[in-house]
Design a protein around this ligand. Structure first.
Ligand code: ADP
Ligand code: ADP
Length: 214
């Protein structure tokens, strides 16, 4: 039963003499197949949380276990191979490549000469206009394609930072429903941040305040 486990995790920033914490003594286990909604206002530590739980950035103190393996002393290179195997990301600022169609954007990391798996994956996220280019996609479609792109390696974990932040309420609900479907049907572990408390209803609700879970 795989999981991501945080033990006494701190992230501290030093700017000259000034020391600030972004995350303070976090303890939590994300079980395989769970869907967690991390809620918090701006500055509460959500982005930092996403980067450290995704092994993209070092923590200052504590341990992060992925499937039982302590990653806290690992080189970034070793962490990158865990990311490669286990973790997909959807970040709002990581845009699709504008000169490639939706299909090509997802097929690129898939590195597959057979187009069927890529088409199946796009259908799974509810997107059928394979030939559309990113500039012709709505925000909601863009998120759907980005979710597909994040799933290409059959990752067990999907980490996403405020995916519905640019969406209207009904579109946000569509995306949250899609993520719930993927969570249930594929046993995909989902860790999602939001500054909208209402989205907590879609999963296990965790609230960040000043870098701590409250
Ligand atoms: P959120 O995503 O919830 O807005 P962040 O994770 O961006 O929160 O920031 C949490 C806190 O950590 C803030 O006080 C922020 O100023 C601080 N912080 C984040 N990144 C850095 C950094 N690179 N250097 C110094 N302080 C940082
Ligand atoms: P409004 O002020 O427009 O009524 P809210 O403050 O309730 O909207 O929510 C702001 C945003 O949060 C919405 O634009 C939408 O993106 C999202 N949102 C709110 N409630 C839900 C919900 N139940 N399901 C999905 N998304 C929601």
């Amino acid at each position: 039963n795989s999981s991501i486990r945080l033990v006494d995790v701190w992230k501290i920033y030093k700017n000259g003499d000034e020391v600030t914490h972004s995350l303070a003594d976090l303890n939590h286990t994300f079980q395989r197949g769970s869907m967690s909604i991390i809620y918090g206002p701006s500055g509460s530590g959500k982005s930092t949380f996403v980067r450290i739980v995704g092994l993209l950035e070092n923590i200052t103190m504590g341990q992060i276990f992925v499937n039982g393996t302590d990653t806290s002393q690992m080189s970034q290179q070793d962490k990158n191979s865990i990311i490669q195997r286990e973790i997909g990301f959807v970040f709002r600022n990581e845009n699709l490549i504008p000169t490639l169609s939706a299909f090509e954007n997802v097929n690129l990391p898939m590195n597959n000469s057979d187009s069927t798996p890529t088409q199946e994956l796009l259908k799974t996220v509810g997107f059928n206009d394979f030939k559309k280019y990113p500039n012709d996609l709505s925000k909601e479609e863009e998120i759907r394609v980005s979710i597909a792109r994040a799933m290409v390696n059959n990752h067990s974990v999907l980490i996403t930072d405020e995916p519905t932040g640019d969406l209207h309420r009904s579109e946000a609900a569509e995306i949250m429903n899609l993520l719930q479907d993927l969570n249930k049907s594929l046993n995909l572990t989902i860790i999602l941040t939001t500054n909208n408390k209402k989205l907590g209803a879609y999963g296990d609700f965790l609230e960040l305040e000043d870098g701590k879970f409250i």
